[in-house]
Design a protein around this ligand. Structure first.
Ligand code: ASP
Length: 291
């Protein structure tokens, strides 16, 4: 048995509604932290853990990803996701994908069955079909848009997970329905490696918030570079990246885990739903709110 630490963080998005009770989401996030803990403890790879956890978040219908996704302005559901293996720096992503239950599973298929990093639109759909991934035959019946905040232009509730396994390998995955009423064809930060999702040998990162700002600040990649070159902690680097997002006019949250098991989950939006498995085995689950 190895004494190397395991750790994990998952999020259910940086958007919270002031009057909503999040008991179900918190219980769900806690359950997934327990699941991830068990998997990691049993020797699962970080890559398998982040895919499994994000899949469960997608199919729950509790977040703005997978089943809970919000429609675009044509009332269609175009979903984005990415997964990245920090050990090999392999990555896979799908953008503006329609008609499948699990964008994160499709992203992993892109990574493992094609020479590419990202497939968009019908190309992503065709791959998912070829790989026999679970289809959504009746979008009107399947999707249950999870959050439509009063008076806000954007509903944010992307999901993501970062993990450190017993081999010392890191992985990250992020999945989203994007922002409410988005323009057809709009792609956010989640599937863009280095913007909303990143993993290398030092850190795994998943972001949530208004994607355009995370793309323009290269949020995840910048935080990773600060860790690598400036030797910042995951928390310091993630906070710096969020400040840069803020400078551009956006807000959101970032989850990260470092190769030594240190975790971070800062946010500068109104709040962020998340759960944390600390390296000492403690689990936290809750809605963090700005005080
Ligand atoms: N980052 C996502 C996007 O812009 C939204 C979110 O985090 O909820 O597509």
């Amino acid at each position: 048995m190895t004494s190397r630490p395991i750790a994990m963080v998952l999020h259910g998005g940086a958007g919270i509604l002031a009057k909503k009770a999040y008991d179900r989401e918190i219980a769900h996030l806690r359950g997934l932290a327990e699941l991830g803990k068990q998997m990691l403890w049993d020797g699962a790879t970080a890559l398998d853990v982040v895919e499994t956890v994000v899949y469960e978040l997608e199919v729950s219908g509790l977040y703005v990803a997978g089943k809970g996704s919000s429609p675009n302005s044509d009332n269609r559901y175009e979903l984005d996701a990415a997964i990245m293996d920090g050990n090999t720096r392999n990555a896979g992503a799908v953008a503006a994908m329609e008609g499948f239950v699990s964008p994160v599973r499709a992203a992993r298929k892109v990574m493992e069955t094609t020479p590419h990093v990202m497939l968009a639109g019908w190309g992503a759909n065709r791959l998912a079909e070829r790989e026999n991934l679970e289809a959504v035959d009746d979008p009107g019946a399947y999707y249950v848009p999870a959050a439509v905040p009063d008076g806000r232009a954007y509903a944010t509730g992307t999901v993501g997970c970062v993990a450190l396994d017993r081999e010392g390998h890191l992985a990250a995955a992020t999945s989203t329905g994007g922002t409410l009423n988005k323009t057809p064809g709009r792609v956010g930060d989640c599937p863009l490696v280095g913007s909303g999702t990143w993993a290398d040998q030092d850190v795994a990162i998943s972001c949530t918030g208004q994607g355009e700002f995370f793309i323009r600040s290269l949020a995840a990649g910048t935080a990773a570079a600060r860790i690598r070159y400036l030797h910042e902690s995951p928390d310091e680097a993630a906070r710096w990246a969020l400040k840069d997002v803020k400078r551009l006019g956006g807000d959101g949250g970032i989850i990260a885990v470092g190769r030594d098991g240190r975790v971070a989950h800062p946010f500068n939006s109104e709040g962020m739903k998340c759960a944390v498995l600390h390296a000492d085995g403690r689990i936290f689950a809750g809605v963090q709110e700005l005080t």
